[in-house]
Design a protein around this ligand. Structure first.
Ligand code: PNW
Length: 472
């Protein structure tokens, strides 16, 4: 091949904007272990996991990746993967064992040590304050998210953290995946996986509430986000940036024409009405309230104002398109088309594959809500990884997935969609909720007998992409 061709290719290399964050993400319950150490309180996930039959092979987060003790090694591994940002979550019951009241200094010290190690390694800390591990005490006292008291307690916890760690943590995500912990935790949820088949998920606290009760739970979750945003602004420095991290449901238009795109945007705004839409617009859509009828949530105008507090960025977890949409002449203006039975899938039961979701999700966020800063807070896939005879882990499917998704993300940024960073789920294999340790999502392989860590082929891909700030 001639040098000119090589240079021409290099000059069109698909680059990301200057200063783009290349990150990985994890959550406390999925990797920390040390479930009852140093004064930590019990969370609803401890309770759920300790009940036989809830998690595959009765796995639990009791030890998990033992990250609580091995965080220094894990930070060094991240650094060697070329990462410049890390999204981790803080365990509420480590900080407030009873949910409210006296803080637990030892719990706070762990995150303080972690943040120091990250900054020392040149990795920017992005903290999520809630990744589903509610203090069991709040579930017992108030019925958890069924009560506005839990939202108030969350606001106080958020303010305390901003006060204590806000000198070093400058990016905060309030709650992770509202829809997952409200809907999947309080009613169960069915994902469309093609051919008319669905995949059912029920997460802790594994309640099956009525629609009216569920709508109230959803309302308390977004209220918690609003109260936390206000508390962080009041108690932390003015240089702290705040947003949420939601698995926004995303409609991909069948084709890129103005009519199809409008249909996909309309579907996306309506389907996310109880979460992203109300947080960014400060009101529930007419469609949502009419549809819910007498099951609609009870709320005040003051609460809506709090829920719609201005944010610094929008975080979205993007794994798959929720559906494909085409326009119709009917009143709604859109219709979903069935997903084919042979649609390509990744390993997880719910995971249909289409990297276009990574283009359309941030594009919809920009066009629907005029967002000025967007983060992809999660994206990744599970795979059947194993260590080969030569000691390496050849996760060719994850490399395909990464290249496909980041290619579509670069397409979005090159068109001016303001995406400031990407966090791969996950830094290392971990406890995949009900699916247990068998569903491996990491760039780094973990042997759950010895807890030895081995970077996979995808980690090599990621290091190169981060180094060049481009799709490689
Ligand atoms: C996220 N879906 O959950 C969570 O934030 C992580 O904790 C989790 O480990 C990761 O994704 C992988 O599953 C999801 O049905 C739950 O499309 C449901 C879906 C996607 C992600």
């Amino acid at each position: 091949m001639s040098t000119t061709t090589t240079e021409a290719r290099a000059s069109v290399r698909r680059r990301f904007p200057e200063g783009f964050y290349w990150g990985v993400a994890t959550s406390a319950y999925q990797i920390e272990g040390a479930w009852d150490e140093d004064g930590k309180g019990v969370s609803i996930w401890d309770t759920f996991a300790h009940t036989p039959g809830n998690i595959s092979d009765d796995d639990s987060g009791d030890v998990a990746n033992d990250h609580y003790h091995r965080y220094a090694e894990d930070v060094a591994l991240m650094k060697s993967t070329g990462i410049n940002a890390y999204r981790f979550s803080i365990s509420w019951p480590r900080i407030f064992p009873e949910g409210t009241g006296e803080p637990n200094r030892k719990g706070l010290d762990f995150y303080s040590r972690l943040v120091d190690a990250l900054l020392e390694a040149g990795i920017e800390p992005f903290a999520t304050l809630y990744h589903w591990d509610l203090p069991q005490a709040l579930q017992d006292r108030f019925g958890g998210w069924q009560s506005a008291d839990t939202a108030k307690a969350f606001g106080e916890y958020a303010g305390y953290l901003a006060e204590q760690l806000g000198d070093r943590i400058k990016h905060i995500f309030t709650l992770n995946e509202f829809r997952s912990f409200t809907d999947y935790g309080h009613q169960g949820m069915e994902a469309d996986v093609g051919g008319g088949q669905t995949y059912r998920v029920l997460l802790a606290p594994a309640l099956v509430l009525s629609d009216a009760e569920l709508n109230q739970v959803r309302h308390h979750a977004v209220l918690a986000h609003g109260l936390a945003t206000e508390a962080i602004r009041a108690k932390g420095g003015s240089d702290i940036k705040v947003g949420f991290a939601e698995n926004m449901q995303v409609a991909v238009p069948v084709m890129d024409t103005p009519e199809h795109v409008r249909a996909a945007e309309t579907w996306t705004r309506e389907d996310n009405a109880p979460f992203v839409t109300v947080m960014l617009e400060g009101r529930y859509t007419d469609g949502y309230l009419e549809n819910a009828g007498s099951d609609a949530p009870k709320f005040t105008d003051d609460e809506l104002k709090i829920i719609g507090s201005p944010l610094d960025f929008v975080g979205i977890n993007v794994y798959r398109p929720t559906c494909y949409v085409e326009p119709t002449d009917e009143q709604a203006g859109y219709r979903t088309v069935p997903i084919s039975a042979s649609h390509p899938k990744m390993k997880s039961g719910w995971h249909i594959y289409d990297p276009e979701a990574m283009y359309w999700a941030p594009r919809h966020v920009q066009s629907l809500w005029g967002a000025k800063s967007i983060f992809i807070t999660e994206n990744g896939c599970a795979a059947d990884d194993s260590v080969a005879h030569d000691g390496r882990v050849y996760d060719s499917d994850r490399v395909m997935f990464l290249r496909g998704c980041l290619g579509q993300l670069q397409r979005a940024t090159s068109e001016g969609v303001p995406v400031d960073g990407y966090f791969h789920w996950s830094a290392q294999d971990n406890l995949e909720w009900n699916a247990g340790f068998g569903n491996r999502f990491g760039l780094i392989y973990v042997d759950f007998e010895t807890l030895e860590r081995t970077p996979k082929l995808s980690a090599e891909w990621f290091r190169q992409a981060a180094r060049q700030n481009a799709v490689v």
